[in-house]
Design a protein around this ligand. Structure first.
Ligand code: SF4
Ligand code: SF4
Length: 181
């Protein structure tokens, strides 16, 4: 059993290395060290949890460094655009953490605008306005997740919003058996 896991881990490592080289990514050695750290976690729940946190950190940094949603006084880039176009809305604040369908903020939104759960789906999400500007995040295009998750796991994560980490981890584990199919 251990041997099969080792072979699968080696495949993940080699595929990730090839992907990074093919994409001519920067800091390949640093990235591969991180992949090794994930692969060192032999307990599968621990591995997914660690990987999940790494992906959340990666996306948080990405959105912060590039100032992708560009919040100003609680109003994001897209909502400012709607406001400038005089499109009537009940509110423009809190970006997509406000639901126009429910007419309320997400239950996980803190008063200071931060989120009290780690929802990877929300972190990956970009609205159509941002997509048109070229901001689109897919797990298959991130070296850390490309080979660690199968299609069903990726699909589940990318379309699960407003849910805490524990809920998403359960869903990831449930879809694990289809790995390598
Ligand atoms: S994804 Fe779009 S709608 Fe959501 S906060 Fe960012 S700019 Fe605003
Ligand atoms: S779970 Fe998603 S929608 Fe809710 S506050 Fe957090 S980031 Fe916003």
């Amino acid at each position: 059993m251990k041997k099969i896991r080792d072979i699968k881990d080696k495949i993940i490592y080699n595929k990730t290395e090839n992907y990074l080289n093919k994409k001519h990514e920067k800091d390949i050695n640093k990235k591969l060290k991180l992949v090794k750290k994930v692969l060192k976690k032999k307990d599968i729940k621990e591995r997914y949890s660690y990987l999940y946190d790494l992906l959340c950190d990666y996306l948080d940094n990405e959105f912060k460094e590039k100032n992708i949603c560009d919040f100003n006084c609680g109003i994001c880039k897209k909502k400012r655009h709607l406001k400038e176009k005089n499109i009537k809305k009940d509110t423009f604040i809190n970006g997509c953490c406000y639901s126009y369908i429910d007419k309320k903020d997400c239950d996980h939104l803190n008063k200071d605008g931060s989120c009290n759960v780690k929802c990877l789906g929300c972190k990956l999400f970009t609205c159509n306005y941002l997509k048109k500007q070229g901001y689109k995040y897919r797990l298959k295009n991130i070296y850390l997740s490309r080979y660690f998750f199968n299609y069903w796991q990726r699909n589940f994560i990318e379309y699960t919003f407003r849910k805490p980490k524990e809920y998403i981890l359960k869903g990831i584990l449930k879809r694990r058996s289809r790995i390598f199919k």
